[in-house]
Every structure is written in structure tokens, then in C-alpha cells.
Design a protein around this ligand. Structure first.
Ligand SMILES: [Ca+2]
Ligand SMILES: [Ca+2]
Length: 216
């Protein structure tokens, strides 16, 4: 009896365990396939967001980097400008310094570089004084009397005068650049016509240099 029982149990166990293993392996394979399929679906959903995030980081990083280069470039250009070296070619050398310091990431032919002269630091960004009486509406109107601070014959909302300045004059250096964005999707969503506007500026006072090298 014991032998029959053992045999029966052995057969039963062997037979049953084989089918059970088959069902278990089958179920595991099914679970694995399901997991792989689920992972593929999840990746398909997440991948675009992940790629967008990476591209966005690259765009922001590039923008910050170019902005930092522009700030360094305008600072170096102004350091050169205040010395008054090379007289008439000073403006071109300032442009050359900006081009060199921005290591080709700023198209110097597209960038707008301005140097404006002011009578004081407080005058930077100030409009030319005018008499508001024709009509008295809080803004300048043609025909109203004004002080032509920059001597260009017309009223200006900013009284700066173009130029790199005489000895002791205050000069505002500004560079504006529309940086093209790298990816069309980001540019369409966040850019201004595919560009991001960058500005760097610095105000300095010229050293008491001799403006005319021929005069000693
Ligand atoms: Ca007015
Ligand atoms: Ca004016």
C-alpha cells in the first residue's frame, strides 16, 4: 500500500508539477510580454516629453550662454572705448571686440550695436524736456517747444547722442541681438518669430584721453 501510495503520489506529483510548471512559465512569459508591451507604450508616451525637455534645456542653455557672452563682450568693448585709443577707428575696433568675444555665436552683421553719449548717468533713458501745452496731454506733440539736448533738430524720447564720446563724457554701450532658436517646435511655441531677443548694455565714463592724437 505504501508503495502504491508512494507511486501514486509520485505520479501525481510529477504529472501535476509538470502541468503546473507549464502554466506557471506560460503565465510568466505572458506577464513578461505584457510588461515589455507596457514599457513600450509608456516609453512612447514619455519619449516626446523627454525629448522636448532635453531640447528645451539646450535652447535655454544656449540663450543664457550667448547672453553671458554678449555681456562680457560689451564690457570689454567699453573698457577699450573709454581709453579713446585709435581715434576714428574706435567704433570699428569696438565692433571687432564684440565679434571676437562672442565667438561666432552672434552674427555681428545682424546685431545692432549702439553707443550713445549722455550728459549724466541720470540722463540715460530720459526724454528731451518739452513744454506740454499744445495740447497739454502729458506727452510731446509736434509744435511744442523742447530742448534739443542731442542737437539733432528734433524732439527725442531718449536724449542720447550717437557716438563714442569725448574725454570725460558718459557713454552707454548697447548690443541688441535676435538669436535664432535651434528647433522649430520650441521656436513656434516660445520664440518671437523663431528668435529670442537678447540685450546687453553698460554705461561708462570716458577717461581724460587726448581726443586728437596730433595734439600733444
Ligand atoms: Ca503735449
Ligand atoms: Ca533731439
Amino acid at each position: 500500500m505504501l508503495g502504491q501510495f508512494t507511486l501514486a503520489v509520485g505520479k501525481r506529483i510529477g504529472f501535476s508539477s509538470g502541468r503546473t510548471r507549464g502554466r506557471v512559465w506560460g503565465r510568466r512569459r505572458g506577464i513578461t510580454d505584457d510588461q515589455q508591451g507596457g514599457a513600450a507604450i509608456e516609453f512612447g508616451l514619455i519619449a516626446p516629453l523627454f525629448i522636448l525637455m532635453i531640447v528645451g534645456i539646450a535652447e535655454v542653455g544656449t540663450t543664457l550662454f550667448v547672453g553671458t557672452l554678449m555681456e562680457g563682450a560689451i564690457r570689454d568693448a567699453s573698457r577699450y572705448g573709454i581709453t579713446g585709443q585709435d581715434g576714428a577707428s574706435r567704433e570699428q575696433i569696438i565692433r571687432d571686440i564684440i565679434e571676437e568675444r562672442t565667438i561666432g555665436l552672434v552674427d555681428i552683421d545682424v546685431a545692432v550695436i549702439n553707443t550713445q553719449i549722455y550728459e549724466s548717468f541720470d540722463a540715460i533713458g530720459s526724454q528731451e524736456p518739452y513744454t506740454d501745452n499744445s495740447p497739454a496731454n502729458g506727452s510731446y506733440d509736434v509744435g511744442e517747444a523742447f530742448v534739443d539736448v542731442n542737437m539733432n533738430g528734433s524732439w527725442d524720447a531718449d536724449q542720447g547722442r550717437d557716438g563714442v564720446g569725448e574725454p570725460g563724457e558718459i557713454v552707454l554701450y548697447t548690443i541688441n541681438y535676435s538669436l535664432p532658436m535651434m528647433t522649430g517646435y520650441i521656436a513656434n511655441k516660445f520664440g518671437n518669430g523663431g528668435f529670442v531677443g537678447l540685450t546687453a548694455s553698460i554705461a561708462v565714463i570716458n577717461e581724460p584721453f587726448i581726443d586728437d592724437p596730433s595734439v600733444q
